[in-house]
Design a protein around this ligand. Sequence first.
Ligand code: NVA
Length: 310
Amino acid sequence: MTRHFLRDDDLTPDEQAQVLELALAFCDDRYIRKPLSGPRAVAVIFDKPTLRTQVSFSTGIAELGGFPLVVDGKLAQIGKRESIADTAHVLGRQVAAIVWRTHAQSRIEEMAAVAGVPVVNALTDDFHPCQILADLATVAQHRGGVAALPGLTLAYVGDGANNMAHSYLLGGATAGMHVRIGSPDGFRPDPGVVADAERIAASTGGSVAVVGSLAEAVSGADVVATDTWVSMGQEAEAIERETPFVPFRLDAAALALAAPDAHVLHCLPAYRGKEITADVIDGPQSIVWDEAEFRLHAQKALLTFLLEAR
Ligand code: NVA
């Protein structure tokens, strides 16, 4: 059966741990198989802006022996010039896998339903699961391995309704972590995602909490994460989106509430002085550059897993 990675809970806890172990192995050059050798092409399609994702997938696919075929969504106009289903049929006959950054989650689900090859979510409005794999692998590397993840408290503050918050809920719960989301009224996570995360946490020993203050979220946390207050596609609302989030800014005083050895994550791009202050993101507790590097290792691990699972 063709496996896809459309949301974080498309991997079971065991499978997620396996992918994270593989990511650490790729990081240390302990794993050098090339499942895309031939080379086989992987379509990497962008309907939204990108830097890290394009570079990390392109580099990773090349390092796996394959050929990254980057497609500009503005030219392809998937769903407009040609239906998603017809596009999926065409791509599935030519490439080994499809990586897609797009808008609605339903678009990538439609692609996966027809493609016949693994489809990977490279960010949608609702989830950013590849980023969370990278984040978990980064934390694992700093904490002595994948086995150290269960039981850690991961706090995310800011826009609780965005793709990062949703993926932290599902991916963190899958890893057996205690996930706390601190966000203002009107920017809380989707209740359906929270319910799914709670169900997963009940089986992994993790937990899920959605709270209304930064202090409640961050106090004693082992990992503290934030993200832009204005996600791609929300640029027109930038001004009105700022005020509600100001009390959720990750600054030195906020970080002081976390565990003394807490690590700071940010998926980038970061807006210093908005969701995070420069002293925090550029400070000694920040592991954001390792996190950016782990996009490469985690996505190589994920592609290897999906291609070998077929
Ligand atoms: N929430 C952000 C994540 C960027 C990697 C966005 O969707 O723009």
